[in-house]
Design a protein around this ligand. Structure first.
Ligand code: PDD
Length: 281
């Protein structure tokens, strides 16, 4: 992974990332009591900014943290982070914590100000075909909230890396939930299948866009539960995320998926996505 870009935003100020400091009493640090978003930017243009800001607002509401900025202030913050870091293709990370109290107490503190942090990172090149492993989903029951408490995701991703793979596909009770940091879709014949949203997964902004684009191109997209058996017999498996776009899983648990190369539906949809992300809205 490339290093983060030099200018960050912390609680009202833009400053060098290397100089940014937060209190050890910040509840994001003590409890993972914080939410975040990652917004892809191509050619200076944030993709799906409104959807990301709406999801951020929803995550905050679900945790009872008041949104510290109005929508236009968030938009300006994102714009400034892009510009101050030289623009181009970057990923913008935004985080809001419940704030820093005067001690450690599980109960919500009264009267603390939420903390806001933002930074930018270079966008990695589109991944193409990658390997994945399946793992039991060991996370909590509210994965629809984009919380920074990501220990189970981190452990799953590291287990994938240790197995020579780049993503872990999580399975709960025989059913695919999502990737450690991505949504999962499959292709059966020419049809794309995504699983329904719910409290078990993050509602993925990239999946929503990809399904819209695929439908506009005349493809069929269904919303159905994906059992692990169905995953294993799929013609294609995709993962999607703000930072990785749409990647084809070409190997699952050491076995080839389909022909072992990115499949024809992936090639079609990924070309449409590449055009869209660089083109006019
Ligand atoms: N994560 N599911 C999980 C668990 C994720 O962490 C992500 C993205 C997604 C895809 O959501 P979207 O398409 O809106 O990026 C699904 C970000 C990129 C991250 O944690 O870095």
């Amino acid at each position: 992974m490339a290093d983060a870009l030099p200018v960050c935003y912390l609680n009202g100020q833009f400053l060098p990332l290397a100089e940014a400091r937060v209190s050890p009493l910040d509840r994001g640090f003590l409890f993972g009591d914080a939410v975040y978003e990652v917004i892809p930017v191509y050619g200076d243009r944030p993709l799906l900014l409104d959807a990301h800001l709406q999801r951020l607002d929803r995550s905050l509401r679900e945790l009872g943290i008041s949104n510290p900025l109005q929508i236009d202030a968030w938009q300006e913050l994102v714009r400034d982070l892009i510009d101050r870091n030289g623009g181009g293709d970057v990923g913008i990370y935004l985080q809001v914590t419940r704030g820093a109290d005067t001690g450690r107490d599980h109960r919500f503190p009264a009267g603390v100000t939420p903390g806001v942090f933002g930074m930018a990172s270079p966008m990695p090149p589109p991944p193409g075909g990658i390997a994945a492993i399946t793992l039991p989903d060991a996370r909590w029951g509210r994965c629809d909230i984009k919380a920074t408490a990501l220990l189970a995701n981190v452990l799953a991703r590291q287990r994938a890396e240790d197995a020579g793979a780049q993503e872990a596909i999580l399975v709960w009770d025989g059913v695919v939930t999502e990737g450690s940091s991505s949504s999962v879709l499959i292709v059966e014949g020419d049809d794309i299948v995504r699983r329904p949203n719910g409290e078990e997964i993050l509602p993925g902004t990239t999946t929503d866009l990809i399904v819209d684009l695929a439908r506009q191109a005349g493809l069929t997209c269904r919303e159905e539960i994906i059992s692990v058996e169905r995953l294993r017999s799929a013609d294609e498996i995709w993962i999607t995320s703000a930072m990785r776009g749409i990647a084809a899983i070409v190997e699952l648990d050491g076995k080839p998926v389909g022909s072992g190369n990115p499949g024809p539906v992936w090639r079609q949809v990924s070309a449409i996505y590449e055009d869209y992300k660089h083109g006019p809205d």
